[in-house]
Design a protein. Structure first.
Length: 74
């Protein structure tokens, strides 16, 4: 299945902004986070097709996954 991944903030460092990637059916958000070696402790928001999701969600062909770090500051 083909998934569009969008990375935001510090997750883009030495990675990419947006990329279309082929994954096996049933792949979860957590599996992608691990494959990209994103630090779990700063993962703030998971969006799947512009709807809030979790790392337990399975993705489907054509989905867009956006991963945003925790926002800090004031």
């Amino acid at each position: 299945m083909l998934v569009t991944i969008k990375l935001h903030g510090v997750f883009r460092i030495n990675r990419f902004k947006e990329e279309r990637v082929e994954y096996p059916p049933g792949t979860t958000v957590q599996e992608i986070v691990e494959q990209l070696q994103l630090p779990d402790h700063i993962l703030g928001i998971v969006m799947i097709n512009d709807v809030h999701g979790t790392t337990d969600n399975q993705l489907n062909n054509g989905d867009t996954l956006a991963l945003l770090p925790i926002l800090d500051g004031g």
